[in-house]
Design a protein around this ligand. Sequence first.
Ligand code: DX5
Ligand code: ZN
Length: 216
Amino acid sequence: MDVKIAPSILGADFGNLERDIKKVEECRVEMLHIDVMDGNFVPNIAFGPDQIKMLRGKTDLFFDVHLMIQNPDLLIPRFAEAGADMIVVHQEATVHLHRTLKLIQSFGVKAGVSLTPATSLETLRYVLDEVDMVLLMTVNPGYGGQSFIPACYDKIRDLKKMIAHRPIDIQVDGGINLETAKKAVAAGANVLVAGSFTFKGDVAENIRNLRETARI
Ligand code: DX5
Ligand code: ZN
């Protein structure tokens, strides 16, 4: 199975974003994971549409935009216009999830939905036809550098069964390193977000090692 690698620029050097993005681009990663935080849904603030638009001018990488914001409907048009290729919203942050997914699609952008570790997969059962990717948070969202929560391996396995033969990607985000990546892929994940693991030390070597360990 081919696993997709999605470096999270939250782990990059914010003073040298263009340089760090070039590094992962040279490694031919499948997408760039961009975390958006509002200081409300999560206790941290990161990246707005104007910054994403600026980065859009620097790279052709697929932009996977992870919205950790309350009421995402208000800002989805801005993120679509900024150049997002996929917009991922949190089930916990929107009341009318189906409407929100339809809104994303109305801009010709791929739609994803994310769950924090405590939220049940059942909340997604009736929107699966509208989803290109499910992002399972494997830490509590808000910060890079946290440890993978082991209960999430079962959740990945359960999601894999639930989506059966649908063409839906399973992305994992939080605490991904060589050990957790291997187990997450064995459980059924096929898109690995990695922030601190990617950008600490030699980026090309880290990505090579991640690809190697994820090959099953
Ligand atoms: C956390 C973010 C992650 C973060 C992961 O809320 O959603 O994308 O960058 O960082 P690491 O890989 O360091 O756990
Ligand atoms: Zn993320």
